[in-house]
Design a protein around this ligand. Structure first.
Ligand code: 5AD
Length: 351
C-alpha cells in the first residue's frame, strides 16, 4: 500500500481496483493513514510553506429549490427557518472581513430563485467595486451556462460546486430523480470552460458510499484537475431522510484529504467546517493531513444558527471570522500561520 502512495505522489495514477483497495486499507490501518498524512504534509509545505489561506464565508440564503436527501436546508424540510440576506448586509460582511484581513469572500447559498442573474450580477459588481483587491467565490449550485457566463463577466473569480459523488448510482441514492450526476458534471465543465477557478468535492461517509465509489471520486479528480476540492464528513441532520444514518469517519476523511493532496499538489483544500464540527481538533488535523485553507464564517451573527446543513454545525469560536485571533493562535500551535492574500490557484502562493 505504501508503494501506491508513492505512485500517486509521483503522478502515476493507480487503476480503480487498486485505488479502492487503498481506500479500504486506509479506513482500517492507522499506520497507513499516518504515512499518507506525512507525505501529504510534506507536499503541502513544499508548495505553500507554513501558509494557510483564509476565506470569509457569507451564507447569503438558505432557501433551496433542491431536495438533496442529506441536506438540512432541502426544500421539504418545513422545520428550517428560512432567511435571505439583503445586498447591504452582504456588503457589510465583506467590509468587516476586509478589515480583518480576508482577501477572498465566498457567497454561498441554496438554489434560491430570488438570485436571478441580474440580482447576482449587481451584487458581484458592488462587492468587486468595494474590494477590487479581493477575490470573489460563488457557491450557489447548478445554473445554466449562460448564467455562469453572466456571473463571470460581472467579475466573480471562482465557483464551488461539489460533485457529491462521481458514481451515478450513488448520486441517485443521495438525490431525488430530478437531480442527476450528468447535469452536475455539465455544470462543472461549463464553469471551468468559462474561466472560473473551479472547485468540486464530496462528503465522506454518505449513505451508500463504498471504497469503489471513493475510487471513482479520486479518478474524477485526477481527470478534472479542479483548483479546489471541498471534502468533509457526512453528518446527519435530524429533519432529513438520512437522520438515522451514522456520520462519516474523521479518520477516513483525513486519509482522503491526504490522497487528494498527493493527487493534486497545487490544489486549494479546505479543512472544512464539517470536519471541525465532528472533532474538536478536526480543523488542525485536516491541515496536518494536507489541507491549506480554512473558511471562517463571516455571515451576520443573527443568521449563523440558521444555515444548518447538518446537526451541531459549528459557527462560533475559531470558526467565526471575528475570532481570527483564536484561529491564528490555533494555527500557531501546529506551526502554521494565516496568509493575507487572495490565494489564487496556481498564483503566487508564498509571501
Ligand atoms: N453533512 C455534511 N455535509 C453536507 N453538505 C450538505 N449536507 C451535508 C451533511 N448532512 C455539504 C454538501 C453540499 C454542501 C453545501 O454541503 O456536500 O455540497
Amino acid at each position: 500500500m505504501n508503494a501506491l502512495l508513492e505512485d500517486i505522489r509521483a503522478g502515476r495514477l493507480p487503476d480503480k481496483p487498486a485505488l479502492a483497495r487503498l481506500v479500504a486499507a486506509g479506513a482500517a490501518d492507522a499506520a497507513l493513514r499516518g504515512r499518507a498524512a506525512a507525505l501529504a504534509r510534506s507536499a503541502t509545505e513544499e508548495r505553500f510553506g507554513d501558509g494557510v489561506f483564509i476565506r470569509g464565508l457569507i451564507e447569503c440564503s438558505n432557501y433551496c429549490a433542491n431536495d438533496c436527501l442529506y441536506c438540512g436546508i432541502r426544500r421539504s424540510n418545513r422545520g428550517a427557518e428560512r432567511y435571505r440576506l439583503a445586498k447591504e448586509q452582504a456588503l457589510s460582511c465583506c467590509a468587516a472581513g476586509a478589515g480583518l484581513g480576508f482577501r477572498t469572500f465566498v457567497l454561498q447559498g441554496g438554489e434560491d430563485a430570488y438570485f436571478t442573474d441580474a440580482v447576482l450580477a449587481d451584487w458581484i459588481r458592488a462587492i468587486k467595486a468595494a474590494h477590487p483587491d479581493c477575490a470573489l467565490t460563488l457557491s450557489l449550485g447548478e445554473r445554466t451556462r449562460a448564467s455562469y457566463e453572466t456571473l463571470f463577466a460581472a467579475g466573480a473569480d471562482r465557483y464551488l460546486l461539489r460533485h457529491e459523488t462521481a458514481d451515478a448510482a450513488h448520486y441517485a441514492r443521495l438525490h431525488p430523480p430530478g437531480q442527476t450526476l450528468a447535469s452536475r458534471m455539465e455544470c462543472l465543465r461549463d464553469l471551468r470552460a468559462i474561466g472560473f477557478q473551479t472547485g468540486c468535492g464530496f462528503m465522506v461517509g454518505s449513505p451508500g458510499q463504498t471504497p469503489e465509489t471513493l475510487a471513482e471520486d479520486l479518478l474524477f479528480l485526477a481527470r478534472f484537475r479542479p483548483a479546489m476540492v471541498g471534502l468533509g464528513p457526512f453528518i446527519p441532520h435530524r429533519d432529513t431522510p438520512f437522520a438515522g444514518e451514522p456520520a462519516g469517519s474523521v479518520e477516513l476523511t483525513l486519509f482522503l484529504l491526504s490522497l487528494v493532496r498527493l493527487l493534486l499538489p497545487g490544489a486549494l483544500l479546505p479543512a472544512t467546517t464539517a470536519l471541525g464540527s465532528l472533532a474538536e481538533d478536526g480543523r488542525e488535523r485536516g491541515l496536518l493531513a494536507g489541507a491549506n485553507v480554512v473558511m471562517p464564517n463571516l455571515s451576520p451573527r443573527e443568521v449563523r444558527g440558521k444555515y444548518l446543513l447538518y446537526d451541531n454545525k459549528l459557527s462560533s469560536a475559531a470558526e467565526a471570522a471575528e475570532n481570527l485571533a483564536e484561529l491564528r493562535q490555533r494555527l500557531a500551535g501546529i506551526g502554521r500561520r494565516v496568509v493575507v492574500a487572495r490565494g489564487d490557484y496556481g498564483g503566487q502562493t508564498l509571501e
